[in-house]
Design a protein around this ligand. Sequence first.
Ligand code: GUN
Length: 290
Amino acid sequence: MAILYGKELSDQIREEIRQEIQHYPEPPGLAVILIGEDPASQVYVRNKKKACEEVGIASYSYSLPSDIPEDNLLSIIQHLNGNQNVHGILVQLPLPEHIRESRVIEAISWLKDVDGFHPYNVARLFSANPGLVPCTPLGVMGLLERNSIPIAGRHAVIVGSSYIVGKPLSLLLLNKGATVTVCHKYTKELAYVTREGDILISAVGKSGLITRDMVKPGAVVIDIGISFKEGKTVGDVDFDNVLDKVSYITPVPGGVGPLTVTMLLKNTLTAYKLQVSAQPSAFSQINREG
Ligand code: GUN
């Protein structure tokens, strides 16, 4: 049994990014837009900005009021699309109710879509020719591949079908030859399905969801869930009781989490290369992780 700590791999990839940026004539730029004052979102945005500074990415922050009209937000995005110092644009989710997520996502130029949520990038992933790929799924693929964990021919069971994690991850794993099952809140007999997973991934945000009896002996267990229990950050998996049954497992915190922000940095670099030098190889850079 091995615990997969994302921090070490994350540090290694960030160092690779930092060194690569040193050879660039100008820093890649990332614009981060936060709407409203949700405390969790504020923390995430602060972490992203700090990570940018550490590797030499210029970050531009926009903190907008929660009652900003949708059209004003869209015109800010249009300006950023045309700003040559900005290579990546991230609008922190969730958005206030009066703003339509799809309109915001589609307003961002696909070349600057470092979240990988734009329909063009989604379609590229669908057709096994990925462009910019969502950060958390990219982090999971990095963790599996850099630890030489085989994917082809294995049954991957994903619990959670969001477009941020579950769906894109299912396509990345499918593209690498896994047999993929995606479960969600309507799935009947969840334990019956999860027990089939050679690779079991949970991305729900419900502590204690994945118990010992739901895990196949020797499985690779990747926990992407985040929730808060008695003041602590916890995952979906009953880690202590599952530990001796698996071949690999990620802790929460300290597993996939650090890699998510690292992949945002990597996507910013990829977006930069696409825009500045129009290198045809830019996408193969991210394919190494996904
Ligand atoms: N909120 C939670 N996860 C994410 C993410 O991956 N991207 C953005 N933009 N917002 C989020």
